[in-house]
Design a protein around this ligand. Structure first.
Ligand code: ATP
Length: 352
């Protein structure tokens, strides 16, 4: 089923949600953003637990604003599993089906099918309190999927688990979502998780969606400073448009002149921020083979900090009005206090 939120508004005394977003049939849409940006509220508006002040929620092209939660064909998985502790695994998975009046044989068959899907065959009679966190969350997923919802809603489903288990389970979630072809809205504050599983990401900030796109677009072409900074480290240099040759804009700044490939019309004198990711930067000279004249953008400054990360080193260089970071593979033969040159290409930076 497809999903569309059009002009959804909900105002609380200290907070306003204002979102429009769509998910195609079978798509996994992630709402990504920091704590308190309105992700759960948006999910609960889709599920029907919260009524918006304005706007339309459409499922498969039909406006469902007036439908109660159980009529919307959505299945919700909570962060803290919310399993029924007095029931065994089968009882938890079967609960919704009993409410819908399914007969005993059909319920048993469906529960068996789901136990295989979540890779817990033979676990039906176990008490849920005896299961690990990861197993409990898989049972919660099966419970939500049992009545074959058209849209699956997952609210930070992995956040209570340790890092290793989170990675294993997110693969399972993606596999199950693909296998069933179920339209899914996934809420998380973890950008790596969002990049790993999403077809489409909507980055939320303060009740609004700042940008919607696939993982590549969100990481490589963030449209706002918030998105750029929320999904990874970004260098930002204040600059002014000085001129244009073809698709390359020339910028002037306190740290020198830079070239940036940019589609769109910018007038000379316009104030912009030049953004470039640290991993797109190279260290010039100092035992490196990269040639200075291969890079039309170069910053030069004193190394203020070095962080060795095992497979790479972060070099922080003090420029006139900012600190610039470069992530260089392996180790580097330099010390803090030295002056270095860092290069990057017009293709690897962008403007906001
Ligand atoms: P988290 O990741 O911490 O769960 P979130 O992005 O899911 O955060 P929400 O739980 O949707 O954020 O909350 C967004 C904002 O809306 C918060 O500032 C919260 O205080 C406010 N809010 C949510 N529900 C209500 C309510 N019933 N009354 C007043 N304010 C509310």
């Amino acid at each position: 089923m497809s999903l569309a939120l059009k002009g959804i508004k909900k105002t609380y005394p200290d907070f306003t949600i204002d979102v429009s977003v769509t998910a195609q049939k079978g798509e996994l849409l992630t709402l990504l953003g920091p704590s308190g940006c309105g992700k759960t509220t948006t999910l609960h508006i889709i599920a029907g637990f919260i009524k918006p002040d304005k706007g339309d929620i459409s499922i498969n092209g039909k406006i469902v604003n007036a439908l109660p939660p159980h009529m919307r064909r959505t299945g919700l998985v909570f962060q803290d599993y919310a399993l029924f502790p007095n029931m065994n695994v089968s009882g938890n998975i079967a609960f919704g089906l009993q409410m819908l009046g399914w007969n005993r044989t059909d319920i048993n068959n469906r529960v068996e099918e789901l136990l295989h899907l979540i890779r817990l065959p033979g676990y039906g009679k176990r008490n849920v309190t005896e299961l690990s966190g990861g197993e409990q969350q898989r049972v919660a997923l099966a419970r939500a999927l049992a009545p074959s919802p058209g849209i699956l809603l997952l609210d930070e489903p992995l956040s209570a688990l340790d890092a290793r288990l989170r990675k294993d389970l997110r693969r399972d979630v993606k596999r199950i979502q693909r296998e069933l072809g179920i339209t899914t809205v996934y809420v998380t504050h973890d950008q790596e998780e969002a990049f790993a599983i999403s077809d489409k990401i909507a980055v939320m900030n303060d009740g609004r969606i700042e940008q919607t796109g696939n993982s590549f677009e969100i990481y490589n072409r963030p449209e706002t400073r918030f998105v750029a900074e929320f999904v990874g480290t970004t260098n930002s240099i204040d600059a002014q448009v000085a001129g244009k040759t073809g698709m390359i804009y020339e910028l002037k700044s306190l740290c020198g002149r830079f070239n940036v490939k940019f589609q769109g019309e910018l007038t000379a004198g316009l104030k912009v921020s030049l953004l470039v990711r640290p991993e797109k930067c190279v260290l010039l000279d100092k035992g490196r083979t990269e040639k200075v004249n291969n890079y039309s953008n170069i910053v030069e400054g004193m190394v203020s900090n070095l962080e060795y990360l095992g497979d790479s080193t972060i070099i922080e260089v003090k420029l006139k009005n900012c600190v610039f970071s470069a992530k260089i593979p392996g180790t580097v033969p330099i010390d803090t206090g030295e002056t270095v040159r860092i290069g990057f290409n017009p293709d690897d930076c962008w403007l906001i």
